[in-house]
Design a protein around this ligand. Structure first.
Ligand code: ADP
Ligand code: MG
Length: 186
């Protein structure tokens, strides 16, 4: 299957999850993430603000803000580049052209300074290959993060694909967390 066919299938399956089940999965994924991050030294986190069907990040973000960890979220500049903007509990947001909330203002950090990136997923395979919406924003952004930066994807099990036809520019993630397990590249 092509990337686009896989995207369509995974998005359709994700949309069918009922909201109680989704909420339960979100809680399990959050707990799994915390266990995985225990004892890891993290100062600067880049994390997405979820669309309705995506794995929820609200509670994860609040948790990190309470821990006094620096939290940055994506903002798209001129429809071409994704940058990381610092947020706090008072940050104001506005929806961008993709209907994703973005901070109105805030300090920008260079990707080189990030310790952890938490990434949304449209589809994934058992080798931690990722499909996004097909714009390549995360591939371009993650390329600029250091080797030491952890790249973690969050997804539901229904988004798993047999094999993703990866291209040279595609960045493999360090792990993908679902409600069932954590996947690592083999
Ligand atoms: P996604 O990762 O969102 O699923 P793709 O991997 O299909 O999307 O990438 C979409 C497009 O983004 C590619 O066809 C390519 O033109 C562009 N792209 C991705 N990464 C890079 C890169 N590192 N340098 C230049 N262009 C890139
Ligand atoms: Mg890609």
């Amino acid at each position: 299957m092509t990337k686009n066919e896989l995207r369509k299938k995974a998005l359709c399956k994700r949309k069918q999850l009922n909201s109680d089940y989704k909420n339960l999965c979100d809680k399990i994924i959050f707990q799994r993430l915390l266990i995985y991050l225990k004892n890891k030294q993290i100062n600067n986190i880049f994390i997405y603000l979820n669309l309705v069907n995506e794995v929820d990040t609200k509670h994860i973000i609040n948790y990190f803000l309470i821990q006094k960890i620096n939290v940055y979220v994506p903002k798209i500049i001129d429809n071409k580049e994704m940058v990381a903007i610092k947020i706090d509990k008072d940050t104001e947001y506005k929806k961008n052209s993709l209907k994703i909330n973005e901070p109105l203002e805030g300090i920008q950090i260079s990707p080189e300074k990030l310790d952890l990136c938490i990434i949304p997923i449209v589809g994934f395979d058992e080798n931690c290959n990722r499909l996004g919406f097909g714009r390549g924003y995360y591939d371009r952004f993650l390329k600029r993060t250091p080797m030491s930066c952890l790249r973690i994807g969050l997804a539901y099990e229904v988004q798993k694909c047999k094999a993703i036809p990866i291209e040279k520019h595609d960045i493999t993630l360090d792990c993908i967390i679902t409600e069932k397990r954590i996947y690592f590249p083999v």
